[in-house]
Design a protein around this ligand. Structure first.
Ligand code: ADP
Length: 397
């Protein structure tokens, strides 16, 4: 038995989950938010109890120290040596990493070299790793990449039709995201397909959302692109559009590239079209009151999800299983319905709408009827356990 920590460092937050491995038992989890502020929020959940403290947290080093000190104080660990390995989520692994690796100097340099592709994320991951190195200097670490699972894509699926020198010189291509989630879901989903050649379409629909075509456990195509801005419409992101929209918005408004990029990431999607909120629940509530723009935002969303499923059905030459997961996919029967009603006729899908309505809150369920040509399921995702598994397997096995 060994304690292993799954770590997710963002620019101003640090999420953690401590596991007993290899049992995969969650011991405690929590988050430090608003790092860099005097009123940072530290929350830890242990033994059914949730403790929240407002504390000054100058940087990630302080955040990690606070978490470790609290674990010692609460006797979750007796000494820091009890944490045998850490696994760090890394958003962008470029073409360097098709799997998790020991977080050594070589990995560090490569992650650093990829900062231009994910400026906020990769920088924050390295800051977080440095903080752990200081607080837990003897604990081995692994890097787990959101992009690794998608490295099996063929060039026709990842090269953008731009001047090829940009692809070569600046590494501009499709990398995808949520790979750790898609890998987890493809492994859990495999049990629903009773044949050798397994074809599935995985819909990770959270505030960020991506759809992936997977054949025999390998990613064939994925909807997110160079960055998480690509693919389907999201809570606040545009998803795919005619690239000239960028040009036209710039020339109409006089706004600079950075401002428009931020707007397309944070003020678009369901939020942009509805003008209501970047939470799909608020948009659905407004639509239910008859608000035209909220309903339009949801219809656009359903259309995009359906179109990607249709596209991937062709890409895979058929499909055995469609998986819905993440915040919206696991909880929001209405949103699932928006997508399913748009694909059911073409794909011969039959849904038990009562089961759909009753599936939320972390339940795994089969939504399709036995007559359906494609099985449709909801599977709650678990990226953290994948990170802990890789940390355990690489460092301790
Ligand atoms: P991320 O990890 O990308 O922030 P999540 O997978 O946690 O996203 O999904 C968060 C989103 O899921 C919320 O913004 C909301 O749109 C949706 N969501 C979460 N819980 C529910 C729920 N109970 N019912 C409907 N939608 C939900």
């Amino acid at each position: 038995m060994a304690k292993v920590m799954s770590v997710n460092c963002g620019s101003s937050s640090f999420k953690f989950k401590l596991y007993e491995m290899p049992e995969e038992k969650v011991i405690c989890n929590g988050i430090v938010e608003r790092i860099g502020h005097d009123d940072a929020i530290f929350t830890i959940k242990y033994n059914g109890e949730k403790i929240t403290n407002i504390v000054p947290v100058a940087d990630h080093g302080v955040a990690v120290q606070i978490v470790i000190d609290k674990m010692l104080e609460m006797k979750i660990i007796k000494s820091i040596d009890e944490i045998k390995a850490t696994g760090h989520r890394i958003v962008q692994g470029g073409a360097y990493f098709d799997r998790s690796v020991p977080f050594d100097e070589d990995a560090y340099k490569k992650i650093e070299s990829l900062i231009p592709l994910a400026p906020l994320h990769n920088k924050a991951h390295l800051t977080g790793f440095d903080a752990f190195k200081k607080v837990l200097p003897n604990t081995p670490a692994v890097a787990v990449f959101d992009t690794a699972f998608h490295q099996t894509m063929a060039p026709e699926d990842y090269v953008f039709p731009i001047p090829y020198e940009y692809t070569e010189k600046y590494m501009i291509r499709r990398y995808g995201a949520h790979g750790t989630s898609h890998k987890y879901l493809s492994e859990v989903g495999a049990k629903y397909i009773d044949k050798e050649d397994k074809k599935m379409i995985i819909c990770h629909l959270g505030s960020g959302a991506s759809i992936t075509a997977v054949r025999n456990g390998k990613c064939v195509a994925t909807s997110m692109g160079l960055t998480p801005l690509g693919g389907i419409e999201m809570n606040s992101r545009t998803g795919d559009m005619d690239p000239s929209v960028f040009y036209q918005v710039a020339s109409c408004t006089g706004k600079d590239v950075e401002t428009i990029f931020q707007e397309f990431n944070k003020k678009s999607g369901l939020y942009g079209v509805s003008g209501v909120s970047n939470d799909s629940r608020d948009v659905s509530a407004k639509a239910a009151e008859g608000d035209y723009r909220s309903q339009l935002a949801l219809d656009l969303w359903g259309r995009r999800v359906a179109d990607f499923i249709g596209q991937y059905f062709v890409r895979l030459g058929g499909c055995d299983l469609i998986i819905f997961s993440a915040g919206i996919g696991e909880n929001d029967s209405g949103s699932r319905k928006l997508a399913l009603t748009r694909i059911q006729e073409a794909l011969g899908i039959e849904i038990d709408w009562k089961v759909n309505d009753e599936t939320f809150g972390g339940k795994e369920a089969v939504l399709s009827t036995p007559n359906s040509k494609i099985k449709v399921v909801v599977i709650p995702t678990d990226e953290e356990v994948m990170i802990a598994r890789d940390a355990y397997n690489i460092c301790l096995k």
